[in-house]
Ligand binder design. Structure first.
Ligand code: BEZ
Length: 249
């Protein structure tokens, strides 16, 4: 699968550590047990994989980004460059865990089938990612700037934010019993929106010239400032999480 975003591990560490800092409820939902074998799908730089191994499980991390996989390996975690839709595991894991990744995977059915194949029977799939309504202010602002500048071409939205009931049905149709699934609005403090765009939206504007990219970020920032910035709280993104736990039947 083609990677739509480029990940800069250093910028990610500096400006996006909220992603793993806020993930502990999902680790709690996973409830890793000693000696379990767990796949961390989209392991990033391995922060959560380390936490899960501390609880006694063996973690294998996979990520599309080579630089992120390298960082994970440097933390002593076994890790591979692999995409969700090309997972090669079969009947191997007690659990598949995934945080803040599946909103990048538009091939939802294929992803769920690969996750199912990776799990042992009764294995669990525990995940959290952007759900319906996630970052609406942001995507609306991006669309507005693309619409204004015809020369930028069409805005190809790389994100997938499903409704809970649709994702539940998809899981059930593909051999899972869903124990828990919920959309959770979670206003999320971020650094300056320019950093967020640098880290997460670079794939959207990679075809633009440097000058156009700077202009794009400036205009998105101007649209968003009255909506998601305040002196008191700084920049707060309108995140909505889809959190779930399902068992392979
Ligand atoms: C999210 O975590 O919801 C997210 C992060 C980057 C881009 C899109 C969504």
């Amino acid at each position: 699968m083609k990677e739509t975003n480029t990940w800069n591990a250093n910028k990610y560490k500096k400006h996006a550590n909220f992603v793993s800092n806020l993930a502990f409820p999902v680790v709690e939902l996973l409830n890793p047990q000693p000696n379990e074998k767990i796949l961390d799908l989209g392991c990033g730089e391995g922060t959560l994989a380390v936490e899960i191994e501390k609880l006694g499980a063996k973690v294998i991390g996979v990520d599309l980004s080579e630089s992120m996989v390298q960082k994970t390996k440097e933390k002593g975690i076994e890790a591979y460059v692999m995409s969700t839709t090309d997972l090669t595991f079969e009947n191997e894991f007690n659990a598949v865990f995934s945080n803040a990744v599946l909103h990048w995977v538009k091939e939802d059915k294929k992803a769920i089938q690969k996750i199912s194949k990776s799990l042992k029977t009764n294995g669990r799939f525990v995940a959290e990612f952007g759900g319906y309504g996630n970052i609406k202010f942001l995507t609306d602002a991006i669309k507005e700037v693309f619409d204004k500048h015809q020369e930028y071409g069409k805005f190809n939205n790389p994100w997938y934010f499903p409704k809970d009931k649709d994702y539940k049905k998809l899981l059930e149709d593909n051999g899972f019993k869903v124990k828990y699934i919920k959309l959770i609005p979670r206003a999320t403090k971020i650094d300056d929106i320019s950093n967020w765009l640098d880290i997460f939206a670079n794939g959207i504007i990679s075809h633009l010239t440097n000058k156009q990219q700077i202009q794009f970020k400036k205009e998105v920032r101007e649209i968003l400032k009255p909506k998601i910035y305040s002196k008191k709280d700084g920049w707060v993104a309108d995140y909505v999480r889809l959190r779930l736990k399902a068992y392979k039947i």
